[in-house]
Design a binder for this molecule. Structure first.
Ligand SMILES: Nc1ncnc2c1ncn2[C@@H]1O[C@H](COP(=O)(O)OP(=O)(O)OP(=O)(O)O)[C@@H](O)[C@H]1O
Length: 627
């Protein structure tokens, strides 16, 4: 042990850890030191950089928390804006203490943090790096401030880090937010303010995560006590609890089992059914025993909010209508897609079924949600059903519901099936081409009779639903092969809209710029990176583009995304020269989209005869575009 400072530090660590019981350990530092020595067998004098993840390891860490990163970015950017000039870096880490997003401050501080690898890809778990902000906060699942020589390893003594663990909608640990400073002129107390700012930002982020998860439910927000997280309870229209934040679980003793059993909200709060809640306004809430809890807020799901005034009636849809803004934004500048959206706008208030056709990741789900939100049924529920993911045994009960005691294991009060839940709203049948034939027959009956027959029920229940379905399959080919019922197809395809693959969009340049601004707001695309993105075929379409840019936003240095930041498969880094067949297919599909339903014009544009065009369409298995 060459360095006397390191030796003194190590001696202090050994002495404190031996006498943990005797020291005042409000900050938990002494207990952590002891854990590092006794449990993790670490050496406080060891020097060396933290472990850093390779690009592919980083990808594996990012994938499971992709949505979290997406939700967290605006809050992290705001925190960074506030703390950057004070010399703090802002990091988001996963539960393994691997930094996935990093924003470095200006000037010399950034150089020091970079030299010590306090940035994206480094791992700061307590079991390897000893007591440190990220590792210790995650190990103890509580906010911690580790100031200079409170670090287990002497080499980290130039830093102060404050970290708050992040809990998801179910109260489970999902990551941590960290701010780190290397300013030697500030004492522990001086860092407390930044710590408090960061903790507040984490509380807001936890609320965002919760609200995003329960976006279709009601949410009660109760006054929070002390420094705990937000106290939030989600519940359904029948006032049964759907979920609760970590702090709400503690406050009301709510367990997963109680939530799964659909505990009535009345067991937690005093509810006066006669008094309608004033949605989103602060109001005094009481517990079930009538004790005043203080000011809280109850927010209704978007569908239950009153419609905007002056909603236009059938057939008067205008491009300028605010309610269509989301749909038009999704369509971007692609002319064929804009034509599809205009047709959707014309029938927004009609109950005409819509069939969305497109490759994976082309936006079928987001389009379906936007169609529902722009429709006259926006106040009703949007219920999505993935037909490919339904276990055969659950189909009937899930879809059509059951009466109390219909079978062993059934809920005591029965269950409303998904179809009935969409009553008054929209039912989205995703991957409809993957629906088993037996279910196709049962669904057809529901659509024909507009009623469902729950298991064990004496009479059917009438339902009023609008159907949107989506598939990446060619249903007409499936009909020809006997894999899909023709009668069901014609019921589903009222208005067919094809969502083009990203590589076929004529507005790819603008799409890339828009998604880059959303996913990597603090970074600029270098011209090399832009070229690479434009040339890439993106088999995963918009989803893949978002993922690639989100990751690039995490790894970009100095706010510039370069080619190396783009996680594109090496073999596909340059778009392969398409083979003749693929090239022909692309040209024909693009031409048919420009001349929908007008074969004569399409053939003329391609400079081939109509008969040749039909032959090519058949040979290349191209599905005819929607009218
Ligand atoms: N036009 C668009 N503009 C911006 N983002 C989009 C657009 N379309 C899709 N996305 C984004 O791409 C991702 C995938 O979209 P979505 O889930 O709707 O695709 P999908 O076609 O339903 O995919 P799958 O068939 O695999 O279920 C989402 O993050 C969505 O926000």
């Amino acid at each position: 042990m060459a360095n006397p400072v390191a030796r003194n530090h190590a001696e202090r660590v050994f002495s404190v850890a031996r006498n943990v019981a005797a020291v005042i350990d409000d900050s938990g530092i002494a207990s952590s030191w002891r854990r590092c020595l006794v449990d993790h067998k670490l050496d406080p004098a060891r020097r060396g950089p933290p472990r850093t993840l390779s690009q592919s390891e980083l990808r594996e860490h990012v994938a499971p928390v992709d949505r979290l990163i997406h939700l967290a970015m605006p809050e992290l950017e705001e925190l960074y804006r506030v703390l950057r000039s004070a010399g703090y870096c802002v990091n988001l880490a996963d539960t393994n203490a691997a930094i996935l997003v990093s924003r470095l401050p200006d000037g010399e501080a950034a150089a020091i943090l970079r030299r010590w690898k306090v940035h994206t890809g480094s791992v700061f778990s307590e079991t390897v790096e000893g007591t440190n902000g990220l590792g210790t906060a995650l190990a103890e699942q509580r906010p911690v401030l580790v100031h200079r020589d409170e670090h287990f390893r002497e080499q980290w003594s130039q830093f102060t880090c404050a970290v708050a663990p992040l809990f998801d909608h179910a109260g489970q640990l999902t990551g941590a937010v960290n701010i780190t400073s290397c300013r030697g002129d500030l004492d522990r107390g001086a860092h407390q303010l930044a710590f408090a700012v960061m903790a507040q930002s984490v509380r807001r982020l936890e609320e965002t995560i919760f609200r995003s998860h329960f976006r279709d439910g009601w949410i009660a927000r109760l006054p929070a006590e002390g420094g705990g997280g937000p106290v939030l309870i989600a519940f359904d229209d029948d006032r049964r609890v759907l979920g609760a934040s970590r702090a709400a679980r503690h406050a009301f003793g709510l367990s997963d089992t109680m939530i799964a059993a659909g505990t009535p909200l009345s067991q937690l709060l005093e509810l006066d059914a006669a008094v309608p809640w004033r949605s989103d306004e602060p109001q005094v809430l009481h517990d079930r025993a009538g004790r005043r809890l203080g000011h809280g807020q109850i927010s209704s799901p978007p569908r239950a909010r009153p419609p905007t005034a002056g909603r236009p009636s059938v057939g008067t849809a205008q491009v300028g209508d605010q309610r269509f803004a989301a749909l038009l934004q999704l369509a971007g500048g692609d002319p064929a897609l804009r034509r599809g959206v205009k047709r959707l706008m014309m029938v927004a208030d009609e109950d005409i079924p819509v069939l969305l056709q497109g490759e994976t990741g082309s936006g079928k789900d987001v389009f379906a949600r936007a169609i529902h939100a722009a429709s006259g049924r926006a106040q009703g529920r949007y219920v999505a059903l993935n037909c490919a993911a339904l276990p055969e045994s659950l189909i009937d009960a899930e879809l059509f519901g059951y009466e109390a005691g219909a079978f062993t294991g059934a809920r005591r009060d029965g269950c409303k099936g998904l179809v009935a839940q969409a009553d008054g709203g929209t039912l989205f049948l995703d991957e409809v081409g993957d629906m088993p034939l037996a279910l196709q027959t049962r669904l057809l009956r529901v659509l024909e009779n507009r009623e469902v027959w729950p298991l064990g029920a004496a009479k059917p229940v009438r339902v009023d639903i609008r159907l949107i379905s989506a598939t990446h399959r060619d249903l007409e080919l499936m009909i020809a092969d006997g894999g899909f019922r023709a009668d069901l197809y014609y019921r589903l395809r009222g208005l067919r809209v094809e969502l083009p693959a990203l590589r076929m969009r004529t507005d790819k340049v603008e799409v890339i710029a828009r998604i880059a601004a959303e996913e990597a707001p603090c970074a600029r695309l270098s011209s090399g990176a832009r070229e690479l993105l434009l040339a890439h075929p993106f088999p995963g379409n918009m989803r893949q583009l978002r993922h690639v840019l989100r990751l690039a936003g995490c790894t970009a240095e100095n706010g510039l995304i370069v080619e190396a930041d783009l996680d594109l498969p090496p073999s596909a880094r340059r778009a392969p020269l398409p083979d003749l067949e693929a090239a022909e297919r692309n040209v024909i599909v693009a031409t048919l989209r420009v001349h929908p339903g007008r074969m004569e014009d399409a053939a003329r544009a391609l400079n081939i005869s109509r008969a040749t065009l039909y032959r090519k369409i058949k040979a290349l298995k191209i599905s005819p575009p929607g009218e």
